[in-house]
Design a protein around this ligand. Structure first.
Ligand code: TRP
Length: 443
């Protein structure tokens, strides 16, 4: 089996692919509005604290499980211990399925907005009109579903081609493109007259905004942003060569993800402040407030297209990693050929996304547990399944298979990791307790 299993060809290729997974709508769409709603710098500081204290450790735990077992999450848990632990892997595959179904709907919006920016969306700078246009678009029964289909097709096409020629090559091209677009847009935003107010908001913490809900949001977002809790990083780690240093790789991926989230803050918040818009606008910040900003700057349509292309690229490299968990499971465990696995799971995920999209329009009245279908899927995945996965992945590594994942001769972390003791304490106690607290207070 290991003979036909794909592998990343270089360390840089692996880091870019894992960073591609981590950097996504979470960084560019969600992080700036969360910071905008939660006291700017205060949110940033707490978020950074969680990334360093917990995120980095859980990422290392996932990489180590993956490389040690060379299997998809279901196979990995079964191989290391089996029994009830296998359920964590099953839950991961299921979670990937759910997250991608609504993530791809939003991915489709980014593609649609790249097209619309080029064709006159930014003609009006009126945030109200833009808000109405956005609401009409996402509530339309047909148009967003076509874009959702296109986005899923692109995702399937990449993953069908395998690890090195599909995922690695795509990320090696797209991640530098994403970085360059981000630098261009940051420079544009930071040089607008009045940008300094946004910078001050983002960097000077307003600690009066700190409360339980905000801390919960910061930890939940740290997990989502680093793609943790469902075995994405187990899956990517399973394609990694023995020679790559795992703690170093985890540090790289975490740092790139954080850097890009902070840059997204510097791209969006100064522009929003420069034109006197509300930084606390929430989810509409990207699709409503930003187009209003672009309409007011010279060559705004051009920058608007760049921005939505950036968002689409970030979303695509994350979507790839979500479907790869499902595909790896079908390939490893069920012996299905990769292209067939990619196509069939992609179609099923596309179909599950349709009610999510419709729930923002004509199916507005149908609710699941008091929420629309889209929100119910997001809530189930982000607030329940990912934290639960995170707790059990940490406990599993900390208590059950610590020696196995440390064993360098078998693909584990190996000698020379200076913070083994600290890492073990985090996996055993700190991460599970902190995540459990967030899970419970989120319910
Ligand atoms: N991290 C991505 C983002 O920030 C989303 C993502 C990709 C993800 N794979 C994941 C989230 C796995 C949770 C689990 O947009």
């Amino acid at each position: 089996m290991s003979g036909v299993r794909g592998q990343f060809t270089t360390r840089a290729g692996f880091i870019l692919a894992a960073a591609g997974s981590a950097v996504g709508l979470g960084n560019i769409w969600k992080f700036p509005y969360l910071a905008g709603q939660n006291g700017g710098g205060a949110f940033l500081i707490i978020y950074l604290g969680f990334i360093l204290s917990i995120g980095l450790s859980v990422m290392l735990a996932e990489f180590a499980i993956g490389r040690r077992t060379k299997r998809n999450p279901v196979g990995a848990f079964r191989h290391l211990k089996g029994g009830a632990w296998t359920a964590i892997g099953v839950m991961g595959v299921f979670t990937g399925f759910i997250i991608l179904s609504f993530y791809s709907v939003v991915g489709g919006w980014t593609v649609a907005y790249a097209v619309k920016s080029a064709t006159g969306l930014m003609a009006s700078g009126d945030a109200k009109a833009l808000g109405a246009a956005f609401g009409a678009f996402i509530g339309d029964p047909v148009e967003p579903i076509i874009y959702h289909a296109l986005f899923m097709l692109a995702t399937i096409a990449v993953v069908a081609r395998g690890i090195d020629t599909g995922i690695e090559r795509t990320c090696r091209v797209l991640m530098p493109v994403l970085f360059i677009l981000l630098v261009v847009l940051c420079v544009r935003s930071l040089t607008l007259p009045g940008a300094a107010k946004g910078v001050a908001f983002f960097l000077s913490p307003d600690f009066s905004k700190v409360d339980g809900a905000m801390i919960t949001a910061a930890l939940g977002h740290a997990f989502f942003s680093l793609s943790l809790g469902m075995g994405t990083m187990i899956t990517y780690g399973s394609y990694l060569a023995r020679t790559t240093n795992l703690p170093g790789a985890a540090l790289w991926v975490t740092s790139l993800d954080t850097l890009i989230a902070v840059m997204a803050g510097f791209m969006i918040l100064p522009a929003v402040f420069a034109f006197g818009f509300d930084p606390g606008a929430g989810p509409g910040l990207t699709f409503i407030t930003l187009p209003a900003v672009f309409s007011k700057i010279p060559f705004g349509a051009f920058f608007g297209v760049l921005f939505f292309v950036l968002l689409a690229v970030a979303a695509l490299t994350s979507a790839i990693s979500l479907i790869e968990v499902v595909v790896a499971y079908l390939v490893d465990e069920k012996g299905i050929a990769r292209p067939k696995a990619a196509l069939s799971s992609g179609i099923a995920i596309f179909l599950l996304g349709i009610p999510s999209s419709l729930s923002l329009g004509i199916w507005n009245d149908y609710t699941v547990a008091g929420k629309g279908f889209f929100d119910a899927m997001d809530y189930l995945a982000s607030n329940i399944l990912l934290p639960t996965g995170g707790i059990f992945i940490s406990l599993f590594v900390g208590w059950v298979v610590f020696d196995k994942v440390m064993d360098g001769n078998q693909g584990g972390i190996g000698d020379g990791f200076r913070y083994v003791g600290l890492w073990r304490i985090i996996c055993r106690y700190i991460a599970p307790l902190a995540i459990a607290w967030v899970l419970i207070s989120g319910l």
